[in-house]
Ligand binder design. Structure first.
Ligand code: ADP
Ligand code: ZN
Length: 448
């Protein structure tokens, strides 16, 4: 194999940027306040949408005196971005924009994310920081199987990995057999993709009798969709790697908003760039540290598209503590789910990831599932379609019913809700190459 000179500048260090990542919280907050003031002024002066919303609330940029004042700022939602599609929220002349990404737009028009050269540089730095915390180093052979293109995942990881100086293999997503061949031939040590695609790769490798656990692969950084801790363990076991996490959204930059370190105990938020809050999704009131609610972000250094109090719809809680890794950046728990994926079954709030964890506890089924929601009279009915393991499915209808009943009882026992379980044949559920489709909502639109 060709010898390449890699950047070894920081190979032995713990942190990408030690001073920043271990800064006392009070100092970070001082920095955040300064940047918050600048951001509000930047948005007010340059984006008519924000000026109007701030004027409506009678807020002037110089009225921001403390971090708590953020609660007075108006909230921003996805529809605001759609209404201003494509560049209505852009705060710089388009001649200063050097890149535009867009979200997958699975629900309606896509939303755009423009970047200035400085934004792109900051994003790249956040990514490098995150990858470093996950244990990625310059001597890694990095296979980047996030979709490359408008989606922020592919290029975001590409930039971060390039900055670290890895040997980068930009496979993009899909062509799973080729992913496995390259992984073997190149001796890939680090993999980057959605967790559901990681599972697809693991499964295909098993079918091809390639034991990934015996390959040099040692770490993966997975994100862009919710996945349970049980799914993380499943991937770690099937691939023989550490499965690290990345969190982000197009509205803020893409991946690089948050990341977990090797302690795997919560997701650190890049606090010098993103100010996180938790609000009550119904009343919009700010919730104290430690309480579960909707995550809201304000960007602190973005120039092309500043974001004031963006409602992510992601449900989690925040923790301020010094991590075992020594980092002081605030942490959030693993995302519980999106509020728009939350189902109310028999009066109980249900997130797909809770069901996922329970399914993974049952050895007779594959970790491949889909939740179908229908109306049964006035009530929501949840059908859990999950694949039986081949030998279970092949054993005939009686065995299938028995396992379906076992799954139903497990979910009832743990969550107190009644679900119908449909034990489907192996390969029934479409394999994901990007973000998995977990919920199929068959309820009439007006009844959701
Ligand atoms: P889209 O909204 O079209 O899916 P994005 O790529 O911007 O496009 O998706 C961002 C969303 O993806 C986040 O708000 C969150 O719901 C989800 N997401 C990203 N990373 C994670 C993660 N590590 N865990 C859970 N959800 C995640
Ligand atoms: Zn940590």
């Amino acid at each position: 194999m060709a010898i390449k000179s890699r950047e070894v500048r920081k190979g032995g260090q713990m942190y990408w940027d030690e001073k920043l990542e271990t800064m006392p919280a009070a100092e970070i907050q001082k920095f955040q306040l300064r940047k918050l003031k600048e951001t509000v002024a930047w948005a007010y002066e340059r984006v008519p949408f924000y000026r109007r919303k701030l004027d409506e609330k009678g807020i002037k940029p110089n009225g921001i005196k403390s971090l708590e004042d953020i609660a007075r700022l108006p909230l921003t939602v996805k529809n605001d971005l759609r209404d201003n599609y494509p560049f209505g929220l852009c705060a710089v002349p388009l001649t200063e924009v050097v890149r535009v990404h867009a979200s997958s737009g699975t629900t309606g028009k896509p939303i755009t994310g423009p970047y200035t050269a400085a934004d792109l540089n900051d994003w790249t730095d956040c990514m490098a920081r995150n990858l470093w915390a996950a244990g990625v180093r310059p001597d890694d052979i990095a296979q980047n199987a996030y979709g490359h293109g408008l989606f922020t995942g592919g290029l975001g990881f590409h930039q971060g990995l390039s900055r670290i100086g890895c040997m980068l293999v930009p496979t993009s997503s899909g062509l799973t057999e080729r992913q496995i061949t390259l992984m073997k031939d190149f001796g890939t040590t680090a993999l980057f993709c959605t967790p559901s695609y990681a599972l697809t790769i693991a499964e295909r490798a098993e079918e091809l009798k390639v034991d990934i656990r015996k390959l040099p692969l040692r770490v993966g950084v997975f994100g862009a969709e919710p996945w349970s801790s049980a799914m993380r363990l499943e991937i770690e076991e099937r691939m023989g790697i550490k499965a690290q996490e990345a969190y982000g959204l197009t509205e803020l930059c893409g991946p690089g908003v948050g990341f977990d370190c090797v302690a795997q105990d919560g997701i650190h938020i890049n606090e010098d760039h993103f100010l996180a809050e938790i609000i009550d999704p119904q009343t919009h009131a700010p919730l104290p540290l430690g309480e579960k609610g909707e995550l809201v972000f304000t960007s602190l250094q973005r120039r092309a598209m500043p974001m004031l109090r963006y409602r992510t719809k992601d449900i989690t809680r925040l923790r301020r503590e010094t991590c075992r890794c020594g980092r002081t950046f605030i942490k959030m728990d693993k995302i519980f789910g999106r509020s728009d994926d939350m189902l109310i079954i028999s009066g109980v709030n249900v997130f797909p990831s809770q069901i996922e964890s329970l399914l993974l506890e049952i050895p007779e089924v594959e970790p491949q599932y889909r939740l179908v929601v229908r109306k049964k009279g006035y009530l929501d009915q949840l059908i859990v379609q999950v694949e039986g393991r081949k030998e279970i499915y092949d054993a005939g209808p009686e065995r299938r019913l028995q396992i379906a009943a076992k799954v139903t009882a497990h979910i009832k026992g743990m969550m107190g809700i009644g679900v119908d379980v449909d034990l489907v044949e192996p390969k029934f559920i479409n394999r994901s190459e990007g973000k998995a489709l977990r919920v199929v909502d068959e309820r009439p639109k007006h009844l959701r």
